[in-house]
Design a protein around this ligand. Structure first.
Ligand code: NDP
Length: 285
């Protein structure tokens, strides 16, 4: 049999992109299944996304992750997008099928996957989201598509919060409302799912936690955090103390990696190997 020295290429386009850890997750998966795939972390300067997407096509890449600031701009360079990504107006994963390139958004799907794996009921439930940025938008749309009945968007900037509530009301079946975050946030007692979608707790802000009246969290609530590098954030610790069930951002990030891996390779992802690699990278094991 003749040898094949060719690799299938995937990766990420972003700016800045240096600190994106997805390469660690994907390469661990490729190694575990001995697949001839390579994940490249590629800096694409502002104004160059169109040429980068042409390059992706010219090199017959299997797909690409798209990160800040290109998640919306990339829509112009695709052959199609999933319904959820179209509603969000944002794509973070591009995959090739029969020579055409399609956009998906796994930001919210990774979150949803964790809840579904934990058998958390979503149909008819009320969710409270802290934050209204890209992560909040993706999670809110997925929760609405999964049957959540009511979604409250709590955000510091009213304009961003109202825009997300309007998007949900116009494009999904959920009933959404914006709540100002100008004082300590009391969680409504009929809320079922609470998600920190802000960047509080990330990076140098590692010990911070959202301005919430933690005594309003109860053991009937499911409380989630998007912060990926510290699975047990101060926010989740407070929720655990009140008996709430918790879901962390590390699992959400791994799930995103799993979804991308499967779209690109068509194979079932080796989840444990991918998770272990990221936990090692974050110094958690
Ligand atoms: P954005 O910049 O789009 O949004 C940030 C949000 O956080 C805004 O709503 C902002 O409010 C709010 N915020 C930031 N600081 C504060 C503060 N001190 N008090 C109150 N609100 C604050 O970021 P993204 O949505 O893209 O990302 C948010 C977080 O989600 C990041 O930490 C990112 O790492 C994480 N993430 C995790 C993923 C995972 O798989 N685990 C996937 C995607 C993101 P305002 O509008 O008022 O400025």
């Amino acid at each position: 049999m003749t040898k094949n020295y060719r690799d299938e290429l995937v990766g990420v386009f972003g700016y800045p992109v240096d600190d994106n850890p997805t390469v660690v997750i994907q390469e661990a998966g490729f190694r575990a299944l001995q697949l001839p795939y390579r994940y490249l972390t590629i800096e694409v300067k502002p104004g160059d996304l169109g040429r980068a997407m042409d390059g992706m096509r010219a090199m017959n890449m299997k797909g690409i992750n798209i990160t800040m600031p290109y998640k919306t701009e990339v829509l112009a360079y695709l052959d199609g997008v999933s319904n959820a990504a179209a509603v969000m107006g944002a794509v973070n994963t591009v995959y090739e099928k029969d020579g055409r390139y399609y956009g998906e958004n796994t930001d919210g799907k990774g979150f949803l996957m964790a809840l579904l794996q934990g058998s958390v009921p979503l149909e008819g439930k009320k969710a409270v989201l802290l934050g209204a940025g890209g992560a909040a938008r993706a999670i809110a749309v997925e929760l609405a598509n999964a049957g959540a009945k009511e979604i409250v968007i709590v955000n510091r900037s009213a304009q961003r919060g109202q825009a997300l509530a309007s998007l949900l009301n116009e494009k999904t079946a959920a009933k959404a409302q914006y709540a100002a975050w100008d004082k300590t946030c009391a969680i409504p007692q009929d809320a079922d799912i609470i998600v920190n979608c802000t960047s509080i707790g990330f990076g140098s802000d590692g010990l911070g936690k959202p301005d919430v009246d933690y005594d309003t969290l109860t053991n009937s609530m499911t409380v989630c955090d998007v912060i990926p590098n510290t699975p047990r954030t101060p926010f989740l610790e407070q929720a655990e103390k009140r008996g709430a069930r918790t879901f962390d951002g590390l699992t959400m990030l791994i799930n995103q990696g799993v979804l991308g891996f499967e779209l690109w390779t068509g194979k079932e992802a080796p989840v444990q190997a991918m998770r272990l690699a990221l936990e090692k990278e974050f110094g958690l094991v």
